[in-house]
Design a protein around this ligand. Structure first.
Ligand SMILES: Nc1ccn([C@@H]2O[C@H](COP(=O)(O)OP(=O)(O)OP(=O)(O)O)[C@@H](O)[C@H]2O)c(=O)n1
Ligand SMILES: [Mg+2]
Length: 400
């Protein structure tokens, strides 16, 4: 197979491949960028593999940075944009089921490709557009199959995260996992426990945001991989339920929010669950704001205070989550209700703590409580957001 016109993203990198070839070595585009080009999907990172050893690369190019020299990776800066090249290598050891104990540089493309995870990820692309396909990756792309290169158990022992990657690609591409590969996942699922939660999290989030989430979840359920993910031991039914929903999730908040709701987590379980997945504090806050609103939107019981407390972003996320779980929420109507709030942030209240102190109120919990009550009344339209009105109302609240 030859690709006549490579996507524009490859253009700046093509001279690098040519220079390496002119120096008498081989160089190819490899990995996801080749797969995604053939599938007509957007390309996010371009990886280059070469038969030249790192020292040889550094002789060919004048501006290089050793970004991962012990693994054979050198960044080339000669042509403006930096591109990383990695020397063909074989790996051995894998005592920790995560990474090799040692890597050996080799001159053969085949040896490099055969240690890669899936056939669709083991394609190589020459500078002139020729696709080198030594493991029938093109056939599997046509058949919509995720298939391990060689023995699945070996591939999963080398890096147990690959089992999550298989499920992720099934969700992202809408592919099935080839039966032998799926069996390998079932047999080795427990090895996932050796993998850092952060790495599993990245794959699982991509899975939840895929176009065929049900494919990815089905693989996790079939193989029992989910049992080895944080907080999912009792989550089989919830995942099954999630897989049946008309999901249209498009950001991380929505993904984790929809998951939490399908798992039936209550108020006290939500944060520990998200913490268990080692999500960032920002993301945990965003999910915790959106989730309580979802049920209220679905049951049409969300009031002005609920929208105010959630804030604009969480309101938007909650609408998408609600509809992704079969709700019938009108996004425009909810947006209009949010826009119609008398105030959207505490800073917009016409009276603040400083004003009250000036008026002779002692700072403390009672004052804070009064401000909270006033905010709620303003948000709900029971009080005008006007300094004099609020000062008078505060006086009455604090007297009582
Ligand atoms: N656990 C892994 C991770 C990566 N790879 C190989 O390294 C390539 C690049 O890895 P990465 O960028 O992580 O994945 P992509 O397949 O490129 O997918 P994407 O970048 O779209 O997430 C993969 O295609 C695959 O050949 C592998 O064999 N085993
Ligand atoms: Mg990639």
């Amino acid at each position: 197979m030859k690709i006549e016109t490579l996507p524009a993203e490859f253009e700046p990198a093509r001279p690098i491949l040519s220079r390496i070839e002119e120096a008498g070595f081989e160089a190819y585009f490899v990995g996801g960028c080749v797969r995604d080009t053939i599938l007509n999907l957007p390309i996010h990172d371009i990886d280059i593999a070469t038969s030249a050893y790192p020292a040889e690369i550094k002789q060919i190019f004048s501006r290089t940075v050793d970004t991962g020299i012990e693994h054979g990776t050198v960044m080339i800066l000669d042509h403006g944009t930096g591109y990383e090249t990695t020397t063909f290598r074989t790996e051995s050891g894998y005592q920790d089921f995560r990474r090799p104990d040692s890597v050996t540089f080799v001159r053969s493309l085949k040896e490099d490709l055969q240690r890669r995870d899936f056939t669709i990820n083991a394609l190589a692309l020459k500078e002139d557009g020729t696709v080198v396909d030594l493991f029938d990756g093109l056939g599997d792309l046509k058949r919509h199959l995720i298939k391990a290169v060689g023995d699945p158990a070996e591939r999963f022992h080398e890096d147990a995260l690959r089992m999550m990657r298989a499920a992720r690609f099934a969700a992202k591409l809408g592919f099935q996992i080839e039966p032998g590969t799926l069996a390998g996942m079932s047999q080795n699922a427990a090895l996932l426990e050796k993998i850092a939660v952060e790495r599993i999290q990245v794959e699982f989030e991509k899975l939840l945001l895929g176009k065929a989430v049900q494919n990815g979840l089905a693989a996790m359920l079939d193989t029992k991989l989910y049992l080895h993910c944080p907080g999912l031991k009792e989550g089989g039914q919830g995942l099954q339920y999630l897989a049946q929903q008309p999901l249209t999730l498009n950001n991380a908040t929505q993904a984790w929010g929809a998951l939490a709701i399908c798992l039936g987590l209550d108020k006290n379980q939500l944060r520990p669950f998200l913490k268990g997945w080692k999500l960032s504090n920002g993301l945990i806050t965003a999910v915790s704001r959106a989730v309580p609103l979802v049920e209220k939107l679905t049951t049409k019981t969300a009031g002005a205070s609920d929208l105010y407390q959630a804030g604009q972003q969480a309101v938007a996320d909650a609408v998408v989550i609600a509809n992704s779980l079969g709700g019938q929420v009108d996004p425009q109507a909810v947006q209009a209700a949010y826009q119609a709030l008398p105030i959207k942030e505490s800073g917009e209240l016409a009276l603040n703590g400083g004003d009250l102190i000036k008026a002779g109120v002692k700072p403390g919990p009672a004052m804070g409580k009064a401000l909270t009550t006033l905010t709620k009344q303003v948000v709900e339209g029971q009080l005008a957001n006007d300094y004099q009105t609020l000062l008078k109302a505060a006086g009455e609240l604090l007297k009582a």
